[in-house]
Design a protein around this ligand. Sequence first.
Ligand SMILES: Cc1ncc(COP(=O)(O)O)c(C=O)c1O
Length: 387
Amino acid sequence: MTTDQKRRTIPLARPLIGEAEAEASRRPIMSGWLTQGPEVAAFEQEFAAYTGAKHATAVSNCTTALHLALLAVGVGADDEVITVSHSYVATANVVRYCNATPVFVDIEAATSNMDPAKIAAAITPRTKAILCVHQMGMPCDIAAIVAVAKEHGLPVVEDAACASGSEIRWDGQWEKVGKAHGDIACFSFHPRKVITTGDGGMITTNNSDYDKQFRLLRQHGMSISDRVRHSANQVIFEEHSVIGYNYRMTDVQAAIGREQLKRLPDIVATRRRLGDRYRQLLSAAIPGLTMPHEPEWARTNWQSFWVRLPDALDQREVMQGMLDRGVATRRGIMCAHREVPYQRESGYDLPESERAQDRNIILPLYPQMTDEEQDYVVEMLSEVCTQ
Ligand SMILES: Cc1ncc(COP(=O)(O)O)c(C=O)c1O
């Protein structure tokens, strides 16, 4: 290994954030209105306009968004929610927050998304909802999922944590994930996602009753918002008719988010260029490497770009080889059913989910990535895979 290789560090991800966001964050700071005020309201309107959804409600992160979404569709004690194990553990955890049970169905290897053909067999009289995931930004087959859900009268919640800016062809038109094609979609603005507010989340829906409930529950079940009370010229007494939560987004986060949203179209375009470039370079450089399949009705934002290693290669050794060469990677998305809270004696039959965790690795991809950096990642992966 050369000294240059030792020194080089290519991170897995890097948020595209800078002066514009720093400047925007001055507004709430200087105004003195720091949480869930005018910036949050503006961010919500702009996000709704971007996705095409009727309503958008900002919350503290995607986990709290998912929690409120499941509560809105009525998930409660002893219910079952059909979802995937192959996701960040928050997807399964929110089902447990509602004292319900996640019922895991397997994924399709090509997309890493819920296999719609597996849903019907998982439905029982206790099933209350379907919680699908647009994993790593790749749209799941929401049309097929909604079709099964409709047949059984079930609501669909989309975990779109990674999918800001991803698109689906719907009735012949390209539409943004979150329009919402299910009943409710939930987004994350964690720094590992394509746009960030530090932490943060957004819930989109076309159902105004759900939207009212999100607004009530994110603010302790308080009947009146701080903004309305603040600007009223009559005294208003608030009520708390239900037990809510503090799931608020701050105005500092929202001011940053509004700038990030302006950048989103360019971020997605750049990520898609880099994703295409990876596919070309890797297919030429490493025989036997499988790459994600983008269905013809989907446009991913490439929040993460994964490859499936040939069977002869050890995942950890490849990752270590990359790290030794200054390139960060991550293993495939985790499976919740292998984590302590979800383990059970009878086990699970989720072979594709397990293979994706054990055989895939995620490669660096961020909007600032240069062609030279990407060439280096491909060159190093080729070296590690063939040595
Ligand atoms: C698929 C998925 N769902 C939910 C979450 C939770 O998002 P947050 O960290 O904003 O709560 C994540 C975050 O990594 C995720 O990847």
